[in-house]
Structure formats: structure tokens, C-alpha cells
Design a protein around this ligand. Structure first.
Ligand code: NDP
Length: 295
């Protein structure tokens, strides 16, 4: 690429705004049929980041006509109490989606809790059955986890060529990297899933037509790792010190954005890329759950 080359900016805010507008129309159509889509958010403990996420999700719900129910439980909540709440929410007809904000305090068994959520209300898509279906040929999950779904929607919006493309995913977490690799596989990419033990990461990344970075290390991916013309999706949300900022810090991604955008074909900014998509997809999943409840 020439020195003047600058990648297309993948505008997550714009794509997310469009999705939220479509969700609002669908929620209004449901309301006309007497159904107000409802999302129950369960938060255990007082982790400030989790509280902030739940606040953002509830505000976004209100803006598109989704009712949100909030269950804030103390940090010492027992497994039985939490499971009792999930079962009660499963049984409620005004709750179409259930989200249990992760991480849960260490004494709680996350897998057991996620497995209890009705798959029809699993709007986070973390139920093992839904994840299993994602991994299987010819099967479709009821819901796809919001961040990976948002990543795929961004790639689609900017016409990434999927079939036969080399896709490299950095990070193998249950909520981002692993489901993202499964989704890219479903779209006929040749996928390499990398993690902390991967050898010679720069060389692996250099083959990526599509790169998804979900590691949580500021600016780990350097400009000269990027294949010219690649689609780069930066999921990383890392707070780094910045004396010029009002609160002394700013958010950066896992990719060295300034260097990468001189090589990539298209790239997401941080913030304003994947972040807004995550909430938009959660809203879309909730309205989908409410629509299905009418069938
Ligand atoms: P996790 O910490 O669960 O997973 C990180 C992954 O990165 C692990 O698979 C780990 O490997 C891998 N890893 C760590 N160091 C390296 C390395 N040096 N080289 C290669 N791989 C490495 O993170 P999450 O998936 O939950 O989140 C990743 C990032 O995405 C975070 O910054 C998070 O804040 C952000 N995020 C953003 C969202 C959004 O909406 N924008 C939503 C969710 C997350 P191993 O498995 O071997 O330990």
C-alpha cells in the first residue's frame, strides 16, 4: 500500500444506530399486538464495571421500547438463590430475554446458571446448547452471542469477502473469540484461532484477510503484522493513561490503530467500532425472542 493509503473506517456507531432503529420498529409492532418485549438483567455483587454495563443496556432498552427488569443481588447470594431467580424468570411471560451479567462472584457456578436459562430466552447466547449448535454443521442456535454477532454484522455491512478468506481470530474466550471463530467457519472462512500459546503470532496474522483481535492487550497488534487490504476488527477495550484526557485515561484497542489503518483495507476504531454493536445485537436478540413468543 502507498504511504497515502488510509483504510475505510468501519463505523460501528452508524451500523448500530440502524439496527437499533429497526429494533424500535419491531418493538412498536409487537406493542400493537399487546406484547412489550422484556429483558431481565441479573447482576450479582457490586463490580462497578458490571454495574455500568447493565445501566447502559437498560438505557438502550428504554430507548427502543423494550421493558427492562433489573435484579441486583448481593455478592453473597447463594447458588440456590440465583438458580431460583433464573427459574422464576424462565416462567414469566413478560420476560422474553434473560441476561446474567458475567463474571459472577467466584463461589457461584457460572456454567450451571447459564445452563438453567431457557434456550428460548438465552439472548446472550451463552447456553451450552446454543454454543454447541453454533459449532455444528446444519444446526442453528436460537441466539448468537452479541459481540460475535455484532462483529459479523460489521463485516457484512462493509462487504468483507468471507468464502475462502483466511480469518485469524486472536483470543479464544467463550464470549468473543471462540464463537467468532465458529461464525467465521460457518461463513466458509479458513479460520485460525490464536491464543497466548500461539507461536509466531505476527507471522500468523500476516496471512489474515480478516483479523479479529479480542485479547485485551493495548496496541499488541502492530501495523506491520497486517496484511495489506485486510479487514481488521478490533474488539479490545483497554484503558490506558492519558494525561491530556479529562479523567487521565482513554480507551484503546488491541491493534495499533494509527499504524494499522495505513495498511488495512477497512478497520474498526476503538471506541466506536464493536462496542456499540454489542448492545444493538442484544436488543435485536430480545425483540426476536418476543416475536417468537407469539408463534
Ligand atoms: P479474555 O481475557 O477472556 O480472553 C483473552 C484471550 O486472549 C485468551 O484466549 C488469551 O489466551 C488470549 N491472549 C492473551 N494474551 C495473548 C497474547 N499475548 N497473544 C495471543 N493471545 C493472547 O478476554 P475477552 O474475550 O473477554 O475480551 C477480550 C477483549 O475484548 C478485552 O479487551 C475486552 O474488554 C474486550 N471486549 C469488548 C467487548 C465489546 O463489546 N467491545 C465485549 C467483550 C470483550 P489464553 O486462552 O491462552 O489465555
Amino acid at each position: 500500500m502507498s504511504l497515502e493509503h488510509i483504510a475505510t473506517l468501519i463505523d460501528g456507531r452508524a451500523v448500530a444506530a440502524q439496527i437499533r432503529a429497526e429494533v424500535a420498529v419491531r418493538a412498536a409492532a409487537l406493542a400493537e399486538r399487546g406484547v412489550r418485549p422484556g429483558l431481565a438483567a441479573v447482576l450479582v455483587g457490586d463490580n462497578p464495571a458490571s454495574q455500568a454495563y447493565v445501566r447502559m443496556k437498560r438505557k438502550a432498552c428504554a430507548e427502543v421500547g423494550i421493558e427492562s427488569f433489573y435484579h441486583e443481588l448481593p455478592a453473597q447470594t447463594t447458588q440456590a438463590e440465583l438458580e431460583g431467580l433464573v427459574e422464576a424468570l424462565n416462567a414469566r411471560s413478560d420476560v422474553h430475554g434473560i441476561l446474567v451479567q458475567l463474571p459472577l462472584p467466584a463461589h457461584l457456578d457460572e456454567q450451571r446458571v447459564l445452563s438453567l436459562i431457557s434456550t428460548a430466552k438465552d439472548v446472550d447466547g451463552f447456553h451450552p446448547l446454543n454454543i454447541g449448535r453454533l459449532a455444528m454443521k446444519g444446526r442453528e442456535p436460537d441466539f448468537i452471542p452479541a459481540t460475535p454477532a455484532g462483529i459479523m454484522r460489521l463485516l457484512e455491512a462493509y462487504q468483507a469477502p468471507f468464502a475462502g478468506a483466511n480469518a485469524v481470530v486472536l483470543g479464544r474466550s467463550n464470549i468473543v473469540g471462540m464463537p467468532c471463530a465458529l461464525l467465521l467457519t460457518k461463513r466458509d472462512c479458513t479460520v485460525t484461532l490464536c491464543h497466548s500459546r500461539t507461536r509466531d503470532l505476527p507471522e500468523v496474522v500476516r496471512h489474515a484477510d480478516i483479523l479479529v483481535a479480542a485479547v485485551g492487550r493495548p496496541h499488541m497488534v502492530k501495523g506491520d503484522w497486517i496484511k495489506p487490504g485486510a479487514f481488521v476488527i478490533d474488539v479490545g477495550t483497554n484503558r490506558v493513561p492519558d494525561p491530556s484526557a479529562k479523567d487521565g485515561s482513554r480507551l484503546v484497542g488491541d491493534v495499533d490503530f494509527e499504524a494499522a489503518r495505513r495498511v488495512a483495507g477497512a478497520i474498526t476504531p476503538v471506541p466506536g467500532g464493536v462496542g456499540p454493536m454489542t448492545i444493538a445485537m442484544l436488543l435485536e436478540n430480545t425483540v426476536k425472542a418476543a416475536e417468537r413468543s407469539l408463534r
